[in-house]
Write a protein that binds this ligand. Structure first.
Ligand code: FAD
Length: 354
């Protein structure tokens, strides 16, 4: 499709991070995107929980990444995390730290300090039109409507606390079968959550167990708001042909730990570039995204094979490393070892849409 053949009005279904990225990119090239969002406010369908902008899958500087996506990173409310504690089977908490931030924590929601709201504001300032409280019409060229299938579950609580800022990762079957639990406290607001695959023992309650664990560890939770969601770990490969599916609707996320914000934004940008006729750049982004997704899929398969003791060994290795971020980024790098893993494992498990 050539840009000049298109109407300059582009319908975008979904005002999440993917849809907003497509919108701001198009607006900056003098298209007229209209974002249809079914909630009455952008971010209202999120939970006010802390999520992490990971800093290892793509080797981009975060400010540059946001600038290239069309947003001003410096005006967002983020909290860089250089250090966290990892808890695993039969071992006390281990400190993991790095000179570079592991994550930039952001809150998701419609509050004034939340990522979704802040990206929305930047879109509005750029002149993007919004139809809030509006189911997207079928005619939308871009579908950015979020998760479709459930392969993993996320349950958590947001709470207020007087405890100091801290981040914990909790590993083990009883807390998060084939997944991980986390506790984040920043400036008096906390999120405790567990992301897991449904266990065979249906009596297992990972959130309850995680809560008990941190209680015993001396961290108490006041009454908070609970939330629940789901994620998809299959491998559909999105296409740039309209209607183009971006963000989680197109399966753009890291399958290992479910990090999807940056991949969603990149897929949103690729869709915009494709509409603008900048096909080569769009394809480059998709190629890079799909490579990372393949490796993240292999990483997930390997991760799911670990038992609690093996996870504890991994946690120790991680905490003892002088550069733990490089262990993480190494698992996503296009090199012989990872390609071989993909050849051996990826095709055996890959799920493609029928
Ligand atoms: C609890 C939880 C924790 C997570 N933690 C992290 C993390 O730490 N780091 C990370 O990188 N990722 C994390 N993720 C994943 C990340 O949130 C997603 O990958 C990312 O938000 C996907 O962006 P998106 O734009 O595709 O979808 P979303 O952000 O979900 O946005 C989709 C939007 O479309 C709207 N919509 C849906 N259907 C329609 C319709 N028919 N008409 C109009 N509007 C519609 C929805 O209301 C929503 O606003 C987490 C996810 C969850 C659920």
């Amino acid at each position: 499709m050539i840009a000049s053949n298109l109407s300059r009005t582009i319908g975008i279904a979904g005002g999440g991070v993917a849809g907003l990225t497509t919108a701001i990119q198009l607006k900056q090239s003098r298209f007229d995107p209209i974002v249809y969002e079914k909630e009455s406010q952008v971010g209202a369908g999120r939970y006010g929980d802390y999520e992490g902008l990971e800093n290892w899958i793509f080797p981009f500087n975060m400010a540059k990444f946001f600038r290239q996506s069309g947003f001003d990173f410096s005006s967002l409310t983020t909290h860089p995390i250089y250090r966290f504690l990892v808890h695993s089977h039969n071992s006390g908490p281990l400190t993991v730290q790095s000179n570079r931030p592991f994550f930039y924590m952001v809150k998701r929601g419609s509050g004034k300090n939340d990522l979704d709201y802040q990206l929305y504001k930047q879109c509005q300032q750029a002149g993007v039109k919004f139809e809030l409280d509006h189911e997207a019409p079928e005619s939308c060229q871009i579908r950015a409507t979020g998760t479709r299938k459930a392969a993993a579950y996320i349950r958590g609580i947001n709470f207020q606390t007087k405890l100091k800022n801290q981040v914990h990762l909790l590993l083990g079957h009883e807390f998060a079968p084939k997944g991980y639990a986390y506790l984040i406290i920043i400036n008096g607001k906390g999120t405790l959550a567990t992301a897991y695959k449904k266990p065979k023992d249906l009596d297992l309650d990972p959130l309850h167990n995680s809560r008990d664990y941190f209680n015993a560890f001396g961290i108490s939770f006041t009454e908070g708001d609970s939330f629940g969601s789901r994620g998809s770990f299959s491998l559909p490969f999105g296409s740039l042909q309209p209607p183009c599916q971006v963000g989680e609707a197109g399966g753009y996320q890291d399958y290992l730990f479910g990090f999807g914000i940056r991949m969603s934004m990149m897929s949103g940008k690729a869709a915009a570039l494709s509409i603008l006729g900048r096909k080569k750049e769009a394809k480059e982004i998709m190629k890079s995204l799909n490579r990372k997704r393949r490796f993240s899929f292999v990483n997930r398969v390997l991760y799911e094979r670990l038992n609690d003791n093996q996870m504890a060994v991994f946690a120790k290795k991680f905490s003892e490393s002088p550069d733990p971020l490089s262990i993480l980024s190494g698992a996503y790098t296009w090199n012989f070892k990872n390609i071989l893993r993909w050849i051996n494992i990826g095709h055996r498990y890959e799920i493609r849409p029928t």
